[in-house]
Write a protein that binds this ligand. Structure first.
Ligand SMILES: NC(=O)c1ccc[n+]([C@@H]2O[C@H](COP(=O)([O-])OP(=O)(O)OC[C@H]3O[C@@H](n4cnc5c(N)ncnc54)[C@H](O)[C@@H]3O)[C@@H](O)[C@H]2O)c1
Length: 388
């Protein structure tokens, strides 16, 4: 294992490493591992260290084929540098696919800061991080993720121009769950159209697992559309909030009860891995469409869903409203423009279902193919020389 930060020997000085585009950077390997091994290849992985402020960060740029890489900064107490590296490599790759299918002129990147945000976050640390973001000269735009908030982005932005997801006071878009939920609803309408022949959830029973920021707003859209809604959440307060707003909403004890209940649509909006070999056989819904990231525990689960005749709307496609919202900030935020782009998630999801049927593959595979096609076809155009 590499130990760039020398986390186990704190006396070593700060080191910054940039890998070459041809190096192997699979999630299980060191990005500076053998270039002969096959696997996803990241353009650039940068290790950033500032010992005095306690900053230990990794910025991963998977692809800039479509434009500067955009992805949030996760501030998390990883058990090891290797775990942080694996996470940032996976997340940055996923952002490239998400941004490509969201129709953005942005590539995929992500950053992780190793540490406990409640104990280790400070102005100096965030500003040190901002200087490393700036040092990439615009190849990477950062934003919020787990453990970082718009207020933190305002601090990072004091050192870098390449920051989005900022507070409304600084021209930011505010809470990204607004368009995330709207996009999930658009994807669900496309799935309803494909399955039931009509692009509405009216009269359907939808089970929403997790009614936090995204799930709660999704319930608003569903009720407005005339759906019956049943929810579950481990947090009673979150359930109370929804019930106060919509007394007609049913509540079940937990996700096992929700999955086994008589629902038409299952909307995972809590944690990843909701769909696995244990849950899929019990699922009664005909559609899965929700906001949570990484819903499939592994690629085999996508095939299992197909075998059971359950239509899966790929998570990174339907939950891209949030990144559309923060990406819009780069132009100067306009909610109507961002909402119009997020509305296109309906068409993109429908296109994925059509491609999946034509190619005889699960929708998740079709989504990856479409994303790769756009990265290749549009990215290729940079080969046409222009004077800049
Ligand atoms: N917020 C965004 O803009 C955005 C964008 C893209 C993807 N996502 C993804 O959507 C999901 C939800 O995000 P959020 O911003 O609403 O987070 P959140 O923390 O506001 O809400 C998550 C909710 O899930 C509940 N929960 C946790 N474990 C549960 C369980 N086992 N069963 C039922 N409920 C459970 C929590 O109590 C909470 O109410 C996450 O996977 C997130 O990565 C969010």
């Amino acid at each position: 294992m590499i130990d760039v930060f020398g986390l186990s020997h704190k006396d070593s000085g700060p080191i910054s490493v940039t890998t070459g585009a041809e190096r192997n950077a699979s999630a299980t390997d060191s990005p500076i591992g053998s270039p002969t091994r096959r696997g996803p290849r990241h353009e650039q992985v940068v290790f950033c260290s500032d010992e005095r402020s306690g900053l230990y960060a990794i910025i991963a740029v998977y692809s800039t084929a479509l434009g500067p890489a955009l992805g949030g900064t996760r501030f998390y107490p990883y058990e090891s540098e290797q775990a942080a590296l694996a996470d940032v490599l996976n997340l940055s790759r996923a952002m490239a696919y998400k941004n490509a299918l969201a129709g953005l002129d942005l590539g995929g990147g992500k950053a992780v800061i190793i540490g406990d945000p409640s104990a280790d976050k400070s102005e100096a640390l965030l500003r040190a991080y901002g200087r490393f973001v700036e040092s990439l000269g615009g190849r990477y735009y950062t934003a919020c993720d787990v453990g970082t908030y718009s207020e933190d982005m305002d601090v990072v932005a004091r050192e870098s121009s390449y920051v989005t997801g900022r507070t409304p006071a600084h021209g930011g878009a505010g809470d990204s769950s607004i368009l995330t939920a709207f996009g999930v609803f658009q994807g669900m309408r496309a799935a309803a159209d494909h399955t039931f022949g009509t692009p509405t959830l009216r009269g359907r029973r939808v089970g929403v697992e997790g009614v936090g920021k995204v799930g709660r707003r999704l319930v608003d859209h569903l009720i407005e559309d005339g759906a019956e809604v049943v929810v579950c959440d481990v947090d009673e307060h979150a359930v109370d909030l929804v019930r106060r707003r919509h007394p007609s909403v049913d509540v079940v004890a937990d996700n096992a009860a929700l999955i086994a209940s008589d629902i038409d649509v299952y909307a995972p909006c809590a944690l990843g891995g909701a769909l696995n070999e244990a849950t899929v056989p019990l699922l009664r819904a005909r559609i899965v469409c929700g906001g949570a990231n990484n819903q499939l525990a592994d690629a085999g689960v996508g095939k299992l869903l197909v075998e059971r005749g359950i239509l899966y709307a790929p998570d990174y496609v339907v939950n891209s409203g949030g990144v559309i919202q923060v990406a819009d900030e780069i132009e100067g935020f306009n909610m109507e423009r961002a909402r119009a782009r997020a509305a296109q998630i309906f068409d993109t999801t429908a296109k994925i279902f059509a491609l999946a049927a034509a190619d005889g593959v699960p929708p998740a595979t079709a989504a990856d193919r479409l994303a790769e096609r756009r990265m290749s076809e549009v990215g290729r155009l940079r080969g046409i020389w222009l004077r800049r």
